[in-house]
Structure formats: C-alpha cells, structure tokens
Ligand binder design. Structure first.
Ligand SMILES: C[S@@+](CC[C@H](N)C(=O)[O-])C[C@H]1O[C@@H](n2cnc3c(N)ncnc32)[C@H](O)[C@@H]1O
Length: 326
C-alpha cells in the first residue's frame, strides 16, 4: 500500500496540474474520469519564515505545512536509519532499480506532462525567434515531458538522458521520436560527463522534473555541476521535485529512512524531500546565479471522496540561471 501510494506521486501530479487551470484543454478532458474521483485545490506559496511551531519544536516548523501532533510524533519516532551495508547496496544498485521500475511499468506509469508551459514561460514559443532552441531533459524517463512540447513547438531540439537503458530505449521507440529533433542517450548524471553527448555552453533550457530527489544527497552537487557545464551563459534550469513534509514523506513506515529527509521505497528507488533553501544553496554552490534564481513551495490538496482521503502534497519548484559571464 505504501509503495503504491508513494509511487503514485507523479501519476497524481498530472491530474493536479491540469486541475489548477480553469481552461479545460484536451488533455484534461482525457483525465475526466479520474477527476471525478478527486477534487483538487492548488496554492502557490512564496518562501516565508512563518510556521506552526505550536509544539515549540523548531525542527518541525514549515513555511507552508502545519504538521499534526501525530505526524510530528511519527517523524520523531522514525529515527533509525537503514544500515550502511544496505545503503551502499542501494547506491550500487540504483541504476538496476530504476531499470526494473521501467521493466515493470513500461511506458504506462507516468502521464505526458501537459502542464509544463503553464508553469514555465521558458518553454513557451518565442514569437520573434527563428532559430532552434535546445532543451536538455535530465532523467527523462520514457519521455513524458518531451512529447507534448515536441509536437507544439517546431523550433525545439531535445537532448534527453536517463540512468535506465530501458527507459531510453522506450524514448527511442516512441513514434514521436524524430532523430532530427531529439537525441536520447543513457547516462548517470552524477558520473558521466554530459559534454560527451551535448556540446558545452550550448543548451538554452534544462529541465529536471522529480529527478534530483532520486539521487544520493552526496552526489547532487556532481549532478548539477555536470549540467551547468553544457548550459549556455544565461541559460535556465527548470526544476520541480518533492518538498519537505510532502504526504508521501509522511507515509513511510519505519525501516525506510536513509538519512535526514531521504527515504527508500519498497522497490529500492529513493526519494529526497527538499526545502527551498536546500535547492537554492545547492544550485548556488554549483555556479548558478542566486540573485537570478528562484524556488518556491507548490502545494496541492488532493481529495479522494470515495476513500475519504485528503492528501496534502508539497513540491518545490524553481528556476536557476547560469551567469551570463563568469
Ligand atoms: C521519478 S522519475 C521522473 C521521470 C521524468 N523526469 C518524469 O517526470 O516523468 C526519476 C528518473 O530519474 C532517473 N534517474 C535517477 N538517477 C539518475 C541518474 N543518476 N542519472 C540520470 N537519471 C537518473 C530515473 O531513471 C528516472 O527515470
């Protein structure tokens, strides 16, 4: 049950993002059946220092989420981390576990991400521009971010990479895959130099959607440093990932904690739950211009009437600019 819901994260994500827009487009119509089961509200919250703090425990104060006493008790009780032996095994088998994920789920798990232009202006067509725009989708999975944009905007060229060879093969086998407009390749973003596949200083926009959370915290800097090298000066990294005290984080049973805010799912894939500050600091350390960057919490509330469930989701969403001159 836990695994099912935790792995439903991104599945629900599409439903919720579609629901946030009053204008119902075609993709939302297709989601109608699921929407009947779920009522969704969305709140976007700027970073703020305010929080509940009702129990006097600073640690559990969050800018957008007031934890219940039961939730605080659960987090406090879940203090024991998975053994070093098991942690090392998970790190060694990270690629295998993602590959098995795609073996089990094939292309059916994530839905095409039709919400991206609404959230990120950088993905909208630029009227005056005639040249090609280059986008690098990091941790592309089976391509759900790419396909809607590829069809809508002829000026975009996509590089797409993923850890899982199977996922990359699904991208290449997709009927929308056009080698004159896409280049998909397998890579470990924490270790394999991206410039072997993507020219340095060339990419206009990089997208990273629920990917950094899958990477061990000690390797997150290596991933972002790898990415910034292939971005053109002034280029932008678009980012969305899980936020601290997201519903999925609070659902982990004891025995799944790897370190502070880092957990392992039943299938061996891992998820880190970010504060906005953590993301901003990481990006700055890797060379992104903090004064030109932003990161905020995105809140969702998913109500499943049938099961009498109200599910508060928290994501972090940001844009990080590579300085124009170094
Ligand atoms: C939660 S999925 C998100 C997939 C896709 N971005 C989407 O939004 O549909 C996380 C993806 O990150 C990939 N990933 C995990 N670690 C990676 C690494 N070190 N290098 C490249 N990709 C990685 C996984 O294979 C997986 O496809």
């Amino acid at each position: 049950m836990e695994n099912k819901l935790n792995n439903e994260d991104e599945k629900c994500d599409e439903i919720k993002d579609s629901a946030s827009n009053a204008k119902i487009d075609e993709s939302e119509k297709a989601l109608d059946t699921e929407m009947k089961k779920m009522t969704v509200t969305e709140t976007r919250t700027e970073n703020s220092e305010s929080g509940s703090g009702e129990d006097g425990d600073e640690k559990f104060v969050h800018p957008v989420r007031i934890l219940t006493e039961a939730e605080i008790a659960k987090l406090q009780k879940d203090a024991t981390c998975v053994s070093d032996f098991k942690q090392n095994k998970l790190e060694k088998e990270a690629q295998k576990n993602w590959d098995l994920f795609y073996k089990r789920n094939t292309t059916k798990f994530f839905k095409d991400r039709h919400w991206t232009k609404r959230e990120f202006d950088e993905l909208c067509p630029v009227e005056a521009e005639t040249g090609r725009r280059t986008v690098l989708e990091v941790g592309c999975g089976v391509g759900n971010f790419i396909w809607p944009l590829l069809q809508e905007d002829q000026s975009m060229f996509f590089y797409a990479c993923d850890f899982s060879p199977r996922a990359v093969q699904f991208v290449k086998d997709n009927p929308n895959y056009d080698p004159s407009r896409c280049s998909a390749f397998q890579c470990d973003i924490t270790n394999d130099d991206l410039s072997g596949n993507v020219p340095q200083d060339s990419v206009d926009v990089v997208s990273m959607i629920f990917v950094l959370s899958a990477i061990h915290p000690d390797k997150m800097e290596a991933a972002l440093s790898n990415i910034i090298k292939v971005m053109r000066p002034g280029g932008c990294l678009l980012f969305r990932d899980y936020g601290l005290y997201d519903y999925a984080m609070l659902r982990f049973a004891p025995g799944h904690k790897l370190s502070e805010n880092f957990y392992v799912r039943q299938d061996g894939t891992r998820a880190y739950y970010f504060t906005t500050e953590k993301v901003l600091e990481l990006a700055e350390r890797c060379g992104f211009d903090r004064s030109q960057s932003q990161c905020e919490y995105i809140q969702r509330e998913t109500v499943n009437k049938k099961e009498d469930l109200c599910v508060p989701r928290i994501f972090v969403q940001g844009k990080f600019l590579k300085p124009k001159s170094s």
